[in-house]
Design a protein around this ligand. Structure first.
Ligand code: SAH
Length: 396
């Protein structure tokens, strides 16, 4: 396995067209006024967008003559579904989206008896180069705009509301930033998306803070910045190893932000929000699943406002690694629980459609030949002392 460089700055590419969901309410109202329309039309457009209405003909509260102008200027179609793939009798559905510049991303909607969760992408590709993750192997194509990220959740909410997912019409209840990309490497756009997910009608989906989870490799300055936002969404930290030596190879960003710093930043988030954070740990056979590592992890997290979510490794093409066998998983869980750390094993959905954690590669198999349809970006290796460009403003 070749080691990939860490990439923080997204390659420069054409920006997606401006969209209402990239703007604050005030900016949206100003944009509508510039088009010579009364500002309240921005609220009407927002209501349509968050309900998943895309056809101007259905926007009957807007004057017919202004519909095309308003939607053209503020609700451009940004996500074109290329295909849906279903598993679990239709209750898990992965969608491949094509963006305006041909970049591809995936989102996965999972319906459970008591909730419906969509796993969304925040970047096309990912620059964090974790060797066990399929997305990480393709490199970073670009940051998504806020509207491109939000649109995935809006589409999932609309699919739930329409009844097209088996189980009858329902409500999208949860959003997890566990699709493609490192959300905290695209900070401003993810922050704007959080406001759209949590905002109330007409400017948002009205989700509850606890049901929105931001998952990160552990970009410490960005976790600290998120702590200052005053939001209370759930934080998940992808730890995967309790010791720096192993984590340096499994999560290459660890060469910059060590286990201790990541845990400290997550603790500060928990202290500020009063909310338990999740520690994600993919169990990889004979790599990080030894009883000693369970003990070490237990000592690291005992007494903290943390919960461990173990994910049996999902296979990815070209990786020599495997999920831990059941006895090793059980032993790992038992040792963590004995240390007083709340621990669960994640129910892995969508493996058969490559829709499980770490399997999203947006490979286009339309012609039967698996090819990553996004061009391999040219990447620069950051110098160790280079500051992390949290906003990845290169594309702004
Ligand atoms: N960049 C974010 C979101 C990534 S995906 C992050 O790193 O947290 C969400 C989770 O899936 C992360 O914890 C990630 O490490 C994990 N993951 C990646 N590849 C996986 C695989 N092959 N099997 C199991 N989990 C995986």
């Amino acid at each position: 396995m070749t080691a990939l460089p860490l990439v923080f700055d997204a390659p420069r590419r054409g920006k997606p067209p401006r969209h209402l969901a990239d703007l604050t309410r005030e900016e949206a109202r100003a944009a509508v006024a510039e088009l010579g329309q009364p500002a309240f039309r921005a609220d009407q457009l927002a209501r349509h967008f968050y309900r998943g209405i895309t056809d101007p003909a259905e926007m009957t509260d807007l004057p017919a003559a202004a519909r095309e102008t308003l939607t053209g200027a503020l609700l451009p179609g940004l996500l074109t579904p290329v295909r849906h793939q279903s598993a679990d009798g239709g209750r898990t559905r992965k969608t491949l989206w094509r963006l305006h510049d041909g970049a591809l991303v995936e989102s996965v909607l999972m319906r459970y008896p008591d909730r419906a969760t969509v796993c969304i992408s925040s970047q096309a590709g990912c620059g964090m180069a974790c060797p066990f993750c399929a997305t990480g192997q393709g490199g970073l194509t670009r940051n998504l705009s806020a509207a491109e990220i939000t649109g995935q959740a809006v589409a999932a909410a609309a699919a739930m509301a329409s009844g097209e997912i088996p189980g009858g019409p329902g409500r999208l209840s949860n959003v997890v930033f566990m699709g493609m990309g490192e959300p905290l490497a695209n900070y401003p756009r993810v922050r704007q998306t959080l406001h759209s997910l949590l905002g109330h009608a007409p400017y948002g989906l009205g989700l509850s803070q606890r049901s929105v989870t931001v998952s990160t490799v552990g970009l410490v300055p960005a976790i600290r910045r998120l702590t200052e936002e005053g939001l209370h969404c759930t934080l998940a930290v992808s730890l995967h190893a309790p010791d720096d030596e192993l984590r340096d190879t499994l999560v290459p960003i660890n060469t910059r932000y060590k286990v201790r710093e990541v845990v400290d930043a997550a603790d500060a988030y928990a202290a500020r929000t009063g909310r338990r954070y999740s520690v994600e740990y993919a169990l990889i056979r004979d790599v990080n699943d030894q009883p000693e590592r369970a003990e070490l992890l237990g000592r690291l997290l005992a007494g903290k406002l943390a919960h461990v979510n173990l994910i049996p490794l999902n296979p990815t093409p070209g990786s020599p690694w495997d999920a831990s066998p059941l006895p090793a998983q059980r032993e790992f869980v038992a040792r963590l629980r004995a240390a007083g750390v709340p621990t669960t094993v994640r129910d892995t959905r969508g493996q058969d459609i490559d829709g499980a954690c770490g399997q999203l590669a947006a490979a286009d198999r339309a012609d039967g030949v698996p090819t990553v349809a996004t061009p391999t970006p040219t990447v620069a290796t950051p110098t160790p002392e280079a500051p992390v460009a949290l906003g990845a403003e290169a594309d702004a």
